[in-house]
Design a protein around this ligand. Structure first.
Ligand code: PGA
Length: 251
């Protein structure tokens, strides 16, 4: 049985003061909630303080990026083993903002995915098409390419120790959510693409939906058979919304 997961992606938001306020409320709201796994992926400088705030809670810590290199002369970069030091469980790799704004190719994303797993952490691998690609009818081909880059580097079975997040680029931060059935179609495609290579891996694989998930649409999305939870941007910054979204995995 796949467990559902809701992970917040804070992106470049927060401060010591607001993080504490947010987490105090989220921790309270999720206290005792056992249906599902929960995480927050925070900016690097806050890993240490958030790690302390999350102690003895049911919320795991995650990072939003990592270097593809293990160590060395890479000024400004952060390695997977450093993230391990802060007890991170998850690392987002290949978010569309990193692909589009920071030149991350599928090859670099695959390297990051491998590095994260080597350090014993769980990559949350983001895939998804742009509006242009969807309108050109190439959504499945784009996702297949993004997945294949990782499978070629790490092997199909590596996906048992990973999470995939389907995030249509046109739905991220736009308020334009994919319809539950529209998202389900792509999730089903992802699972059947993996199933053709290894059916057990496909059954185990956790596939999250991301892109304008809100408190009022989460339950419908999470009710879809191949949607195993969500990667939540904007709404993860509002405690009551994030808690409601987390609770929606149990409905
Ligand atoms: P959003 O972001 O929920 O604000 O659309 C999702 C994401 O980018 O992971």
């Amino acid at each position: 049985m796949r467990r559902k997961l809701v992970a917040g992606n804070w992106k470049m938001h927060g401060s010591l003061v607001t993080n504490k306020q947010l987490l105090d409320d989220v921790i309270k709201g999720l206290n005792g909630v056992r249906d599902g796994d929960f995480a927050v992926c925070v900016p690097y400088p806050y890993l240490s303080s958030v790690k302390n705030l999350l102690q003895n809670t049911n919320i795991a810590l995650g990072a939003q990026n990592v270097s593809q290199y293990e160590k060395g002369a890479y000024t400004g970069e952060i390695s997977a083993s450093m993230l391990n030091d802060f007890e991170c469980r998850y690392v987002i790799v290949g978010h569309s903002e990193r692909r589009a704004l920071f030149g991350e190719t599928s090859h670099i994303v695959a390297e990051k995915y491998v590095t994260v797993q080597k350090a014993g952490l769980i990559p949350i691998l983001c895939v998804g098409e742009t509006l242009e690609q969807r309108e050109a009818g190439v959504t499945e081909r784009i996702i297949e390419e993004q997945l294949t880059a990782v499978i070629d580097s790490a092997g199909i079975e590596s996906l048992c120790k990973a999470v995939i997040a389907y995030e249509p680029v046109w739905a991220i931060g736009t308020g334009r959510t994919a319809e539950p059935e529209q998202a389900q179609d792509v999730h089903m495609f992802i699972r059947s693409f993996i199933s053709r290579q290894n059916s057990n891996t496909a059954k185990e694989l956790i596939v999250l939906y991301g892109g304008s998930v809100k408190a009022n649409n989460a339950a419908q999305l999470f009710a879809m058979p191949d949607i195993d939870g969500g990667l939540i941007g904007g709404a993860s910054l509002i405690a009551s919304d994030f808690v409601a979204i987390c609770q929606a995995v149990g409905n």
